[in-house]
Design a protein around this ligand. Structure first.
Ligand code: FAD
Ligand code: ZN
Length: 480
């Protein structure tokens, strides 16, 4: 029986508090349906002061808190555990864009504003907010910052961390910290902002942020380029950076298997090139002049690439519709892979120079050890970030085969992550640790790094109430 004074909590803040199982269910399962938990209630406060009141109540009654934004995270960070002891704190009602300073090129927004809403507000003010990812209609700016989200334009504009100038945070004790400074230079002590960014709700709750804006490009052109190998793709990247400079805003890699899956599972998808190629690059140029200038620059680049045999064929977008349909081929890969059946996913980062050798050696090791799978490799090559995914090999399917594939997950993960660690890479590039990669990350991190992380957690959240069990294992907040 629940003896917590929920009536006192209900009275303490303005917003919704729901305890009905049906109303709560959408908040208790993650976007992929991989994790389901339980909660004493879901609180949906209206303001930062309401968030502070909720956290004070949680601190007083030692109730764990699971912050949640758009619930699109892929690592289980926003789902409570099955104990039913935690309160889910949904930030979606903190959804106001507070102000835009066009001269300072900044926008201040509350945590529950969706990424799409933020992009639209910036565009209405004649500015670009460049963070861009497939979940942007649902994910929130608070969630983007809490996971330090990446996406497709990191190459040019950086990830969420690099786009954030200031934060407003509620501490686990329920104090409101106003760090909403729109400053590009501020060396006045420890970088608390950067501590909260990427902390996945384990140190406090982000309630608002000041974010950087950029000029809107006058024109954008995409090219879908057939390349013979990842080595050639990297040489094409070097050439593109040399010729296009900061105009190169995206550089994505995908294998022919990815394109085949999209063609098979997405009705509108069409191959843009007549001949298949083992690999493709999707690159994007954002131009300050106009379409003709952008197209000429991309044509010049591709002529040089064809002459050097870094590319074998290419299609260039000639309209907004073509631009979008080329991008859809890249953005629909996850969905197409999901439609094919069970998947084993890896979100890895490597030094760019090591990527070709990593792919060759790891593909071969996987083929030797797990002949019943095939690789579905794509990602943000310009950032050294691959979605190095695994699907069942083509062949008989059905529940028995699916179960056999799922049983391979731990072994496949170990093989891939050992290879990543051996190449000096990271086993979570943009999706965070949550619960999914918590223990594996601890396996590869130096002990001193883990100890420093635990010390920070213990200092800011001594009772271990903020998103327990995410990023660090549950007893990690206690000093040893
Ligand atoms: P949630 O899922 O609600 O929460 C994520 C984590 O942040 C949890 O640990 C939660 O506790 C914490 N949190 C949320 N809000 C706050 C807050 N206000 N204060 C403190 N902690 C908080 N990610 C990428 O980086 N790049 C991609 O390209 C990308 N593509 C995606 C495509 C699809 C189709 C999907 C479904 C997801 C994709 N993601 C991608 C993952 C996901 O969209 C991002 O991680 C996103 O930043 C999560 O935002 P959210 O609001 O949904 O956060
Ligand atoms: Zn990605």
């Amino acid at each position: 029986m629940n003896l917590l004074p929920l009536a006192a909590l209900r009275a303490a803040f303005s917003g919704r508090l729901c305890t009905d199982a049906g109303d709560m269910s959408a908040f208790l399962t993650d976007w992929r349906g991989k994790w389901t938990g339980r909660a004493i209630a879901v609180a949906q406060p209206d303001t930062a002061h309401d968030v502070a009141a909720v956290l004070r109540w949680c601190q007083q009654h030692r109730v764990p808190v699971v912050p949640q934004g758009g619930n699109t995270g892929l690592s289980g960070g926003a789902t409570p555990d099955v104990s039913g002891a935690a309160l889910v704190l949904s930030l979606t009602r903190l959804n106001r864009v507070r102000r835009i300073d066009a001269v300072n090129n900044t926008i201040e927004a509350e945590a529950g504003v969706t990424l799409q809403q933020l992009q639209d507000a910036a565009r209405d003010a004649g500015r670009l907010f460049p963070l861009s990812l497939a979940a942007q209609g649902s994910c929130t700016i608070g969630g983007n910052l809490a996971t330090n989200a990446g996406g497709v334009q990191v190459l040019r504009y950086g990830n969420a961390r690099e786009l954030c100038l200031g934060l407003e945070v509620v501490t686990p004790q329920g104090e409101l910290w106003n760090g909403l400074r729109g400053l590009r230079k501020d060396n006045t002590g420890y970088a608390l902002r950067d501590l909260y960014i990427g902390s996945e709700g384990t140190l406090g709750v982000i309630t608002a942020a000041v974010l950087k804006l950029h000029p809107l490009p006058a024109a954008q052109v995409a090219a879908f380029v057939a390349v013979p190998s990842p080595e050639a793709a990297l040489q094409l990247l070097e050439l593109a950076q040399l010729r296009l400079g900061a105009g190169l805003t995206a550089f994505e890699l995908m294998s022919d298997i990815c394109l085949g899956l999209v063609e098979q599972h997405v009705a509108a998808a069409r191959r843009p090139l007549s001949e298949p190629s083992p690999w493709y690059v999707l690159l994007e140029l954002s131009d300050a002049q106009d379409d003709a200038h952008a197209t000429a620059a991309i044509e010049g680049l591709l002529e040089a690439a064809l002459a050097r045999e870094l590319a074998t064929d290419a299609a260039i977008s000639a309209s907004l519709a073509q631009f979008k349909s080329l991008w859809a081929l890249r953005e629909d890969i996850s969905e197409a892979q999901g439609a094919q059946g069970k998947t084993i996913k890896h979100d890895i980062a490597l030094p760019l120079s090591r990527i070709p050798a990593f792919i060759a050696a790891t593909d071969a090791a996987i083929a030797r050890t797990f002949p019943e799978v095939r690789m579905v490799v794509f990602g943000h090559l310009g950032d050294g970030n691959l979605h190095y995914n695994v699907s069942p090999a083509a062949g008989p399917s059905g529940p028995g085969h699916e179960a056999a594939f799922v049983a391979l997950e731990a072994g496949v993960n170990r093989l891939v992550h050992d290879a990543v660690a051996a190449q000096g890479g990271s086993i979570s590039a943009e999706h965070g640790l949550g619960v999914l990669r918590r223990d594996e990350s601890a396996r590869y991190k130096p002990e001193v790094e883990l100890r420093l992380m635990r010390a920070i957690k213990a200092a800011l959240d001594p009772h271990g109430l903020m998103n327990p069990g995410k990023v660090l294992a549950i007893d990690a907040g206690e000093s040893t």
